[in-house]
Design a binder for this molecule. Structure first.
Ligand SMILES: Nc1ncnc2c1ncn2[C@@H]1O[C@H](COP(=O)(O)OP(=O)(O)OP(=O)(O)O)[C@@H](O)[C@H]1O
Length: 671
């Protein structure tokens, strides 16, 4: 018979198979209701038999908050569980899956292949049931972690597989619709896909394998279509993002499966596009940490109150596929390189002195892993260097007008304003739900049976980490798009050539003085307007020009052990550098350490970086943290190390200015 769950009077027979519960079949009646939402609430009764041979009735409801399970034994004891819709990453319906395949199937496929990925109908004499697999990663606050959970519903009311599948498909579709409503973004809307860029050389060089084992199964469970590109050389990702013509038409977001270096390439590739403004607004960026530092991935997890360790790749993938995005600040960095000036866009840090030295010089010890930082820090402390130069900064003031590129979305994080979010985060939501559904209140938490239950072939022993994945399919998917097109205006990548055209200087515009005819003036106006569209214009004068004296700029000259600017909480996953930072606060945290600081104080500072307890006392004469919106460093001499987002740049004058909320990053608690 057909269990069309939208008919209130219809009787259904159904069965649920659930974690480590033994199989049993029984008749049940259906209860159904139609919510005020377009997507109906679904409700069915399933039966299982527990280990003590007790028959248990399980009511399963699907509503906008999630999947609600209420279990009742013959003695009327009731327990319940709500699997929140935001913790469900996807579902799948079809014939019964082999046990190994449930936790994550196969691997990435060609998009055209995945279109036809409908499960094959079973043989005539085989099981005619259709199964619904619901994949969830339940968030637990204390300790903060995600618990992998699979619920399997078995539909077998009808004698033929097709009818059972249709019933299961109604549930599958409804879960998808509720999920799309709750997440507010859908990575596959308008037939778009996610673009995933993977650096096979990042970190320990196992990025490709880790992606295949940990990321692919989750993408599969979430039914996310994607196009994977594996970089073959440095700058590859930047070139691809800069030149790909159909980037916005084809993709709904970009995920970087790598370290911070590849994210830096992607950000700069986006900013070098003629349509950078639209790209920043419409293409959220995600990070899956396969590198050695992984400062951004840890900062995003911190921002979202998501777990990171011990499974950073799995946790970050869940964040990327949650279907939300939150604005993040970007810093425009202008630097000199062989007498030319360049602009780079940064999301993490600018470093001069101690930490930049340790980061870059310890590269030669890369083979020993993260301990290279500790070893080199000791060496640097013994042979402590100081650098002479000038540091200019513009402190954050309430009245200060931080540059906001026009048309870039307002930098408001709507997390806490969203009433739906509040409802979803409410730990008592299941109790509320029970009350709303007029359920008994003497409930306890719904628990799976103990782990030591012998796993049967319907039980769930997770994770199944893709052991059955097909290596060939994976290789097939590694297509590399080499389509290139010439951009208009070659010169616009260079800040120098931009400046020779039209460049805003501290509120004024540099224009040709020989414009006597109105038509020329109009042309200049038009060109200026066009230029304003091409690059984000800030408030700082160009690097070689003096800073204004009347706008609150402060200058310090002297010997420095370090000046390190950060705009995310973590510089690396174990370096909680700027604890007060928010992804979208428009603040650069400038850590300044002056010469004269004792070695013991420095050692203490470095050792405390991992938990954020390194911050100085407010009256510390040597170490200070200054919240600024822009700064400039002019080092004396030509020997030293400077980094932008951990990448080595030419040593010399450098300046930076923050653009609040210029890009969007994938998050679990954003818009
Ligand atoms: N196929 C490749 N071969 C060599 N280098 C590459 C390749 N693809 C990208 N790169 C470069 O490798 C650099 C480092 O990459 P990435 O940041 O991903 O790893 P990492 O340095 O280990 O991590 P982190 O930056 O978090 O410390 C990037 O700057 C990028 O330009």
């Amino acid at each position: 018979m057909t269990a069309t769950t939208v008919q209130p009077t219809q009787q259904t027979t159904a069965r649920m198979e659930q974690v480590k519960m033994s199989r049993h079949l029984s008749q049940s009646s259906s209860c159904t209701s139609v919510s005020t939402l377009t997507t109906p609430e679904l409700c069915e009764i399933f039966y299982v038999e527990n280990r003590r041979k007790q028959h248990m009735k399980i009511e399963v409801r699907l509503c906008s908050q999630g999947v609600y399970l209420r279990r009742q034994t013959e003695t009327e004891y009731v327990n319940e569980q709500l699997i929140p819709i935001e913790d469900i990453i996807g579902s799948r319906c079809g014939p019964r899956l082999k046990k190994r395949a449930r936790g994550g199937l196969s691997s990435c496929k060609n998009p055209s292949e995945t279109q036809n990925d409908e499960p094959a109908a079973p043989q005539a004499d085989a099981d005619n049931s259709a199964y619904l697999y619901i994949y969830a990663y339940l968030k637990q606050e204390k300790p903060l972690r995600r618990i992998q959970t699979l619920r399997i519903l078995r539909f077998r009311s009808n004698s033929d597989y097709g009818s059972n599948l249709r019933t299961a498909a109604i549930w599958h579709r409804s879960i998808r619709e509720h999920k799309m409503r709750s997440s507010s973004r859908s990575w596959d809307s308008d037939g778009k896909q996610l673009l995933i860029l993977l650096n096979p050389k990042s970190g320990s060089g196992k990025g490709r394998e880790l992606f295949q084992k940990q990321v692919v199964p989750l993408l599969r469970e979430a039914e996310i279509q994607y196009e994977l590109h594996i970089t073959t050389h440095a700058q590859h990702a930047q070139e691809l993002v800069r030149t790909r013509k159909d980037l916005l038409e084809r993709f709904s977001g970009i995920i970087v499966a790598s370290g911070d270096g590849l994210f830096y390439e992607v950000l700069n590739g986006l900013m070098e596009r003629m349509d950078w403004r639209r790209a920043c607004k419409e293409l959220p960026l995600g990070i899956i940490p396969c590198g050695s530092g992984n400062g951004l991935a840890k900062s995003v997890a911190h921002h979202c109150n998501e777990p990171y360790e011990p499974k950073p790749i799995l946790n970050s993938t869940l964040t990327c596929i949650a279907g939300r995005a939150t604005p993040m600040d970007v810093v425009r960095v202008e630097l000199a390189q062989r007498n030319k000036h360049f602009v780079k866009y940064s999301f993490l840090s600018v470093g001069w002195g101690l930490i930049a030295d340790i980061d870059i010089e310890s590269e030669r010890l890369r083979s020993i892993g993260a301990q290279r930082f500790t070893l080199w820090a000791i060496r640097r402390l013994i042979t402590l260097r100081t650098y002479h130069g000038k540091l200019y900064y513009l402190p954050i003031s309430k009245n200060a007008a931080t540059p906001t590129p026009s048309n870039v979305p307002a930098s408001t994080d709507r997390t806490s304003d969203d009433p739906q979010d509040d409802a979803q985060c409410d730990p008592d939501v299941s109790g509320h739900l029970a009350a709303r559904l007029s359920l008994p209140v003497n409930t306890t938490e719904f628990k799976d049976l103990a782990d030591d239950d012998p796993p049967d072939d319907t039980g769930i022993t997770l994770p199944a980490n893709g052991e059955d994945q097909d290596e060939d399919q994976f290789v097939d998917a590694l297509s590399m798009d080499r389509s290139m097109y010439r951009q208009h205006g070659d010169s616009w990548h260079s800040a120098f050539s931009r400046r020779t055209a039209y460049y805003s200087i501290a509120g004024q515009s540099m224009r040709s003085n020989c414009s006597r005819t109105p038509s020329l003036a109009q042309r200049i106006e038009a060109a200026n307007a066009q230029f304003a569209e091409l690059v984000p214009t800030g408030t700082m004068p160009a690097l070689q020009l003096p800073l204004p004296t009347d706008q609150g700029w402060i200058c310090e000259e002297g010997d420095f052990v370090m000046v390190h600017a950060a705009y995310t909480t973590h510089l690396a996953s174990d370096c909680f550098f700027a604890p007060a930072s928010k992804l979208n606060d428009g603040i650069i945290y400038l850590m300044v350490i002056r010469a004269g600081v004792s070695r013991s104080q420095l050692l203490n500072f470095l050792l405390s970086l991992n938990d954020g307890s390194h911050l100085p006392e407010p009256d510390d004469p040597f170490i200070r943290v200054v919240p600024v919106q822009a700064f400039r460093i002019v080092p004396s001499g030509s020997q030293g190390i400077m980094t932008v987002d951990g990448e080595l740049v030419d040593y010399g004058a450098i300046q930076a200015e923050i653009f609040p909320g210029m890009i969007n990053v994938m998050a679990t608690n954003g818009q």
